[in-house]
Write a protein that binds this ligand. Structure first.
Ligand code: SF4
Length: 196
């Protein structure tokens, strides 16, 4: 929902899942240590209002809660991307949560914590990455059976290199599903290369 806006991007290393299509080695290795205070200073220097915290799985690093609180206190518009397998109960309410619901094609379709639905609201998003038509059918059934669109934004994103956006658009229009099609903007702009 916020795609295209300038954004200060914080990627935290380490993930408890190993999705088949994971596109970042930073999810599992590398990175460097930095304090919460230093990170917030760097964001303030950037003069960008939106901050996206992602990973890896950012909720595995407990100082992330202090980071979110401090960013909000300083006036940031704070977003969190999380893989749906970790409880959202301690995430500050003002943080916009973008929560994956892993499809069978990821290899982790049993990882979503359904109790997390209690912490996901109108300003948040649930995202399904679609790797095949079978994934699409499976995800559409989840959306319908839980009536997800009634309380949050639902996003279907075609997996880069496996499903064309035009094909996913056809399926969505055919079934009149109340979800938003999202493409990976950075891949459209920069392809597989690292961007700016
Ligand atoms: S949850 Fe995200 S970061 Fe973790 S393995 Fe899957 S795609 Fe990669």
């Amino acid at each position: 929902m916020h795609a295209g806006l300038p954004c200060f991007f914080i990627r935290l290393t380490g993930c408890n899942l190993r999705c088949s299509y994971c596109d970042t080695t930073f999810a599992h290795e590398g990175g460097f240590r930095i304090s919460v205070e230093e990170l917030v200073c760097k964001w303030q220097d950037s003069k960008v209002s939106h901050v996206l915290i992602t990973g890896g799985e950012p909720l595995l690093q407990t100082p992330v809660y202090e980071l979110m609180e401090l960013l909000l206190t300083k006036g940031a518009r704070c977003l969190l991307e999380t893989n749906g397998s970790i409880s959202l109960s301690s995430v500050p309410k003002k943080v916009v949560k973008v929560v994956d619901w892993k499809t069978p094609g990821s290899g982790h379709s049993d990882s979503f914590l359904e109790e997390n639905l209690r912490f996901i609201g109108a300003n948040d998003e649930i995202k399904f990455v679609i790797t095949s038509h079978a994934d699409y059918i499976w995800s559409a059934e989840i959306v319908r059976s839980r009536a997800l669109w009634l309380f949050t934004s639902v996003i279907f994103s075609p997996c880069y290199g496996l499903v064309k956006a035009s094909r996913l658009a056809q399926w969505l229009l055919r079934d009149n599903l109340e979800v938003r099609l999202q493409i990976q903007l950075h891949k459209v702009i920069w392809g597989e290369k690292r961007g700016v």
